[in-house]
Design a binder for this molecule. Structure first.
Ligand code: KIV
Length: 251
């Protein structure tokens, strides 16, 4: 799709029923995000989420999904060492994931290479990486300075070189979202990264307007639709048509 300039939609899911609705809507990629810590468990960050939590929700989503690419997040500290990464990624793949997602930059390249060599497809995640919220000093837009933007592009390239097949970029200026998508061969999935990334991802509860706080980069698609099913379809259509995100959702 990237090669032919077709955008695709990604959405998070945490259970069987929503996975079915997402499948009915023809969404291309489903992410079992560790955002479940916030929207399912009511935590104030993703840090408390465990591998067991991710395995449980991945297995539930897998039962509702037959067509979409299913990515599962590796939670906080589950890939701090290469051994941990291999063992925990294996658990997520055995629960039904087709690919695992890890947050971080060039320091992860060796881990990404190892996972890929062992037959585990990897999605990277750069920009605002919520598992590092305390290191980042809060949920802030990343890569605003020229040097930080250049560094992020170079780290994303290192992940691609190591074998990552997709990369999420979260909360960066639109210009950096565009530059990353142009610099990489693999598809770049943006969230709060402007309209020019190859794909968009939203947290399910945000795009249905049922989370406690709607982030600036998200949109309540249920507002203009009469059912959850049609809201999810409208999101997919808007991403493919390039009408979401609009300028008010961008940094
Ligand atoms: O956990 C998650 O839902 C994510 C997305 C916000 C990209 O990582």
């Amino acid at each position: 799709m990237k090669a032919s300039g077709d955008k695709f939609a990604v959405i998070t899911a945490y259970d069987f029923t929503f996975a079915k609705l997402i499948e009915n809507a023809g969404i291309e990629v489903v992410l079992v995000g560790d955002s479940l810590g916030n929207v399912i468990q009511g935590r104030d960050s993703t840090i408390p989420v465990t591998v067991a939590d991710m395995v449980y929700h991945t297995a539930a989503v897998k039962r509702g999904n037959s067509n979409a690419l299913l990515i599962a997040d590796m939670p906080f500290m589950s890939y701090a060492t290469e051994t941990q990464a291999l063992e925990n990624a294996a658990l997520l793949m055995q629960a039904g994931a087709h690919m695992v997602k890890l947050e971080g930059g060039a320091w992860l390249a060796e881990t990404v290479r190892l996972l890929c060599e062992r037959g585990i497809p990897v999605c990277g995640h750069v920009g605002l990486t919520p598992q590092s919220v305390h290191k980042l000093g809060g949920y802030k837009v990343q890569g605003k300075e020229e040097q930080a933007a250049a560094q992020m592009i170079s780290e994303a390239k290192a992940l691609e070189k190591a074998g990552a097949e997709l990369i999420v970029v979260e909360c960066v200026p639109s210009s950096l979202g565009r530059a990353l998508s142009q610099a990489l061969t693999i598809p770049v999935i943006g969230i709060g990264a402007g309209p020019d990334t190859d794909a968009q991802v939203l947290v399910l509860h945000d795009m249905l307007g049922i989370s406690q706080r709607l982030p600036r980069f998200s949109k309540n698609f249920l507002e203009d639709n009469t059912s959850i099913q049609s809201a999810i379809s409208a999101y997919g259509d808007a991403v493919r048509a390039g009408t979401f995100p609009a300028p008010e959702h961008c940094f």
